[in-house]
Design a protein around this ligand. Structure first.
Ligand SMILES: Nc1nc2c(c(=O)[nH]1)N[C@H]1C(S)=C(S)[C@@H](COP(=O)(O)O)O[C@H]1N2
Ligand SMILES: [Mo]
Length: 538
């Protein structure tokens, strides 16, 4: 008579020869790698790269993190904040899957359930993204199938079995394949299987990347021919850019332009498929195609864009020549209704900005921009179209990948950052920075060139003053102005004497407002204080 024990295998079966925890952990990580690989490939094949688990969870983490954390990330990692997030995520997944792998030999069902749980998180994250459909859950589901397969495959005896019936003397027990010991002869086979899983993970993941980037290259408008502007920018005075070594160019090249956004993956919209909807408090809702935008008279302007997160002296400002449609004209064509005081703009990936309507209508060159420095917008800077409003920080004006403008009221609706504690209206504060000499530079005594940039968009920079240590402020020489909407370079000569010195700069705008000494952090409406650079004179 055989006794039936449906629970754990007797010690004689499970002892000794099961692979150690280390090997099991590695198998767990391999299973996760295969899950990510096949999920990535699935996402690429269905044309939804943003639904891949890493990007979906990463984007959800970005949107769910508190403002101070984002602030910290931007400050600490700068433009590397996204790779840092993805690497952290990969490390968390590796740790979780190693734990799952280690538990697998003893708690197989728990391990499979944990994998399903991880996949469910990835699926939920993908479904929660703006514009997501059911298809976005597919990569996570395929990934879950892939990882369960890998876990079973790498842990299984070469002869496949579901619940195995083992007879020991007159004891029969049923064990899950994950609980089976591994005979020494099978170790080599297991290693081979591990390598196969790894290979499959790399191949599927790599194929996914190749497919996605091939699709993206065809969608980024590199072949687009831009019409000439109906209203060209004024030619730049030759002396807007000072020739001081170490000082940046007046016009920032596209590939050097700072990038700040919440998008883990750059949204790619073929311009042929793009439309802009203008609706809300308007008489006639409008839907505009890219061809219609190209057919309109285009305005070209030099405008300096600045991020509210920029610390005093920081790098998040850039100046470009933008080409686009006059935004005020577009809105007036739709018929602005009384009561509207806000443009709520929305990007293809669901980010929103609330722009004060009065600023766009007051005659400044607010643009629906399609080109930057003579090229179609680079994908990272908003292709096919973005907003640019001189004088307003980017988060309340510069929506990239914009697809929707809704006229509404500040009292009724808030936007991505204003819901997170940033100011509703955020005109750019007058600012200046020292770019030459660099902080902590060692410089020889004698006359030293001090140079930098100052901006006060839509008011204009009227004066820049520099001082060494606590000496009185002395006016710097300003480079030519290209208008109130761009930054302005400046330089001066400072008599350096041996020792440690502190250089400071402050600007005054055309309205007579001088930058205050008081240091304020970027939140809620932009940093204040004087940029200070320490140098050693020898
Ligand atoms: N869709 C979208 N547009 C966006 C953002 C974003 O996160 N998503 N960030 C804004 C912010 S905070 C700034 S400062 C500017 C930066 O534009 P740039 O990356 O082209 O320099 O874009 C704005 N437009
Ligand atoms: Mo910003």
């Amino acid at each position: 008579m055989a006794a039936s024990i449906p629970t754990s295998p007797p010690a004689a079966v499970s002892a000794g020869r099961t692979p150690g925890a280390g090997v099991s952990g590695v198998f767990g990580v391999l299973a996760a790698a295969l899950a990510l690989g096949v999920a990535e490939l699935t996402a690429a094949l269905v044309g939804r790269p943003q639904a891949g688990p890493l990007l979906a969870v990463g984007s959800a983490v970005i949107d769910a993190s508190p403002a101070w954390l984002k602030d910290f990330a931007i400050r600490t990692f700068g433009t590397a904040d996204k790779p840092v997030l993805l690497l952290t995520l990969a490390a968390v997944i590796a740790a979780a899957s190693a734990a799952v792998g280690t538990a697998a030999p003893r708690r197989p069902r728990l391990a499979i359930a944990a994998l399903a749980g991880l996949a469910a998180i990835a699926g939920a994250a993908a479904l929660s993204r703006p514009g997501a459909g059911l298809i976005d859950a597919l990569p996570a589901a395929v990934g879950a199938a892939g990882s369960s397969f890998a876990l079973l495959y790498t842990r299984r005896r070469p002869r496949p079995a579901r619940e195995s019936r083992i007879t020991l003397g007159d004891v029969v027990c049923y064990v899950h394949p994950l609980q089976l010991p591994v005979p020494a002869a099978d170790r080599r086979a297991l290693l081979t299987r591990g390598a196969l899983v790894l290979g499959a993970a790399v191949l599927t993941g790599g194929a996914g990347r190749v497919i996605t980037s091939a699709r993206q290259a065809s969608a980024d408008g590199r072949a687009l021919v831009l019409p000439p502007p109906a209203a060209p920018a004024r030619p730049l005075p030759p002396s807007v850019g000072l020739r001081v070594p170490g000082l940046g160019p007046f016009t920032t090249p596209n590939d050097a332009f700072y990038r700040v956004d919440t998008a883990l993956i750059v949204p790619r919209l073929p311009h042929q498929e793009w439309t802009l909807r203008i609706h809300g408090l308007v008489d006639r809702p409008v839907e505009l195609s890219f061809a219609q935008v190209l057919a309109r008279p285009l305005t070209e302007r030099d405008i300096t864009l600045t991020c509210v997160s920029n610390e005093v002296g920081g790098p998040y400002a850039g100046n470009a020549r933008w080409l686009g449609v006059d935004l005020a004209t577009l809105l007036r064509e739709a018929g602005i209704q009384p009561g509207a005081d806000q443009i709520l703009s929305r990007s293809a990936d669901g980010w929103t900005a609330s722009t004060a309507l009065e600023s766009v209508l007051d005659g400044r060159d607010a643009l629906l921009a399609i080109a930057m420095n003579g090229s179609p917008l680079p994908p990272a800077h908003g292709f096919p179209a973005r907003m640019i409003v001189p004088g307003l920080y980017g988060y309340v004006s510069a929506t990239k990948w914009v697809t929707d403008l809704k006229l509404t009221r500040f009292a009724d609706e808030r936007a991505y950052w204003t819901r997170r504690g940033w100011a509703e209206r955020a005109p750019i504060k007058t600012a200046s920075r020292i770019e030459v000499p660099k902080p902590f530079a060692e410089i020889p005594a004698g006359p030293v060139t001090v140079a930098g940039t100052a901006w006060a968009q839509h008011r204009g920079v009227a004066a820049v003053e520099v001082r060494g240590d606590d000496a009185p402020w002395r006016p710097a020489d300003l480079a030519a102005s290209a208008g109130p909407d761009t930054w302005r370079q400046w330089h001066t000569t400072w008599q350096a004497t041996p020792g440690q010195h502190r250089l400071q700069v402050r600007a005054t705008d055309a309205g007579g407002h001088t930058q205050p000494a008081e240091r304020m952090p970027p939140i809620p409406d932009g940093a204040t204080g004087w940029h200070t650079v320490l140098v050693t004179v020898t």
